[in-house]
Design a protein around this ligand. Structure first.
Ligand code: F6P
Length: 545
């Protein structure tokens, strides 16, 4: 198999040599149907990938790479419940959480759908009762604020989704998210809230994560100080796979919403971890969110590779990461409410594919996951876009934009869309020295001024981007988009032959923090760290008092 992959990569190197000096602007001139050829529409979502450094034969070679990597067989193994998360010996079945079909979905010989649907039904009952005020706080007041305490996958997904779908928050429930062990996070959040009207969700797959348990204990004390111990059962709920630990924390049985070890933390927004979303936007809209992801799953599971949106985005990413050698990938939503989308994708992509060994434990022979980053446009245009346009590194970009806005401010949305399209056009077309000279002449500059300024004003162009355009940012659309990126990451992991579903790389820091904590607490504690760490500890204690 590795030979086949190697020969597919060799083939791609040849295409790279052939296209190294190719100009996208010329490709568009010579092929009026380039957009038609390199775009794909799935109902109300379209991907324009025509502004990439590909032609038909390079694209076919990229699809051949996906074939060589057995992407389809790996995808089917995931959906069949095989333990593709080999280092944790687990199935990877987040698609079951949004499955809308009648067929059983088997994991370890058991149909998981009855349990999935039971938890969803319990979440629905609870969310409806909180939203309507049928379930009240201990003092009889309606719950108006929900504080989700979690970190990583138990925070980023629901926080991002609640932000992106703010126009759908409709029942007077305001979601808040506390993740950082920095006391500033919980202190600033609780300072705005009344215990009587607050529901705290402790969200943790393992229910052992130090940051989350520390914040949960602080929130518990805040509540007990105001309302007494007996109020905990009315003001706390838990979202976890560790049901016993939830009960030990004092959470009432009917407020523990479970999920399963085959749901990775960064793939868990579709599970009980989505409860803050359901509380905010309501169960029906949450169902729409799941339905959108299901539609993308069906597309991913059935469309031929060359017409498969996640596969296309994945192979283009591999093309730039491995063949052109570009290290980073920017995700730039033209949607202010998507301002946590890149942060969310950072965990989804970088925790999944930031790996250096293959499934068999051997070192990888190629670069793996890119550095993912981004901010919403147009803000980014006035910050880091300079480097994307004229810097020495090429940064492949995904632009995202909706045709319809939620806010009745058409002038704003027209300008937003114009800016989004203009950026991808500018990156692709660039501006030649001749164009610059003509512009400067027009402005009446002297020859000497023109000569001095021209090199600074030239844009090389030929810089690649995808644009995802959709009718409107709805719960369903967001579900589709998140699932799209999940599957893209999966395909890339399959091509790199890595386990995209473990995260051992986060462990060492956790272990060392535990070992350093006693010395942080007490300057006199025994410690034998490296010279730098000991120096920092000494400085900390010198300034602490
Ligand atoms: O940072 C590592 C990690 O395990 C993530 O994968 C996970 O999303 C996060 O910590 C939180 O874990 P838990 O939900 O178990 O508290």
């Amino acid at each position: 198999m590795s030979l086949t992959i190697d020969s597919a990569f060799n083939d791609l190197s040849n295409h790279h040599s052939r296209l190294a000096d190719a100009e996208m602007r010329e490709m568009f001139k010579s092929d009026p149907d380039r957009f038609g050829q390199f775009s794909l529409k799935l109902d109300d979502l379209a991907l324009d990938y025509s502004k990439n450094l590909i032609d038909e034969s390079a694209f076919n070679a990229l699809i051949d790479l996906a074939k060589a990597a057995n992407v389809e067989a790996r995808r089917d193994a995931m959906w069949a419940g095989e333990h593709i998360n080999s280092t944790e010996d687990r199935a990877v079945m987040h698609m079951a959480l949004r499955f809308q079909g009648d067929q059983p979905v088997m994991v370890d010989g058991k149909d998981v759908m009855p349990d999935v649907r039971e938890v969803l039904a319990n979440m629905r009952t609870f969310a409806n009762a909180i939203r309507s005020g049928d379930i009240k706080g201990a003092t009889g007041q309606k719950i108006t604020d929900v504080v989700n305490i979690g970190i990583g996958g138990s925070d980023l997904g629901p926080a991002m989704v609640c932000n992106a779908l703010r126009p759908y928050i409709d029942a007077g429930i305001t979601p808040h998210f506390v993740s950082n062990v920095d006391g500033a996070d919980i202190a600033d959040t609780l300072a705005q809230l009344q215990p009587e009207t607050t529901l705290v969700l402790v969200a943790s797959k393992t229910f052992t994560t130090d940051e989350t348990m520390t914040n949960a204990n602080t929130a518990r004390k805040w509540l007990v100080d105001a309302l007494g111990d007996a109020a905990v059962k009315d003001h706390f709920a838990a979202l976890s796979t560790n049901l016993d630990a939830c009960a030990d924390f004092g959470i009432a049985q009917d407020r523990i919403f479970g999920f399963w070890d085959w749901v990775g933390g960064r793939y868990s927004v579709w599970s009980a971890i989505g409860l803050p979303v359901m509380l905010a936007i309501g169960p029906d809209q949450f169902d729409e969110f799941l339905a959108g992801a299901y539609e993308m799953d069906q597309h991913f599971l059935t469309a031929p590779l060359a017409e498969n949106m996640p596969v296309i985005m994945a192979v283009l990413g591999v093309w730039y990461r491995n063949v052109w050698g570009h290290a980073t990938h920017a995700v730039l939503p033209y949607d202010q409410r998507m301002n946590r989308f890149a942060a969310y994708l950072q965990q989804q992509d970088m925790e999944s594919n930031g790996k250096s060994v293959q499934l068999n434990g051997e070192k990888v022979s190629r670069k793996t996951g890119p550095i993912v980053w981004g901010e919403p446009g147009t803000n980014g245009q006035h910050a880091f876009y300079q480097l994307i346009h004229q810097g020495t590194d090429i940064i492949p970009v995904d632009f995202l934009v909706a045709a319809q806005a939620h806010d009745n401010l058409p002038e704003h949305h027209q300008k937003l869309v114009a800016n989004c399209f203009a950026q991808s056009e500018a990156l692709m077309l660039g501006k030649s020295a001749e164009q610059v000279v003509a512009e400067l002449k027009e402005q009446g500059l002297s020859n000497a001024e023109i000569k001095a300024l021209t090199p600074h004003k030239v844009f090389e162009g030929n810089r690649p981007s995808n644009t995802l355009i959709y009718a409107k940012m709805t719960p369903k659309m967001l579900g589709k988009l998140i699932a799209l990126y999940e599957h893209k990451v999966f395909v890339q992991g399959a091509i790199w032959n890595i386990n995209s579903f473990d995260q051992w790389g986060v462990e060492l820091g956790k272990q060392l923090a535990k070992a350093i904590l006693p010395k942080v607490k007490d300057a006199k504690a025994e410690s034998q760290h490296d010279g730098s760490t000991e120096g920092l500890l000494a400085q900390f204690h010198a300034w602490r008092d």
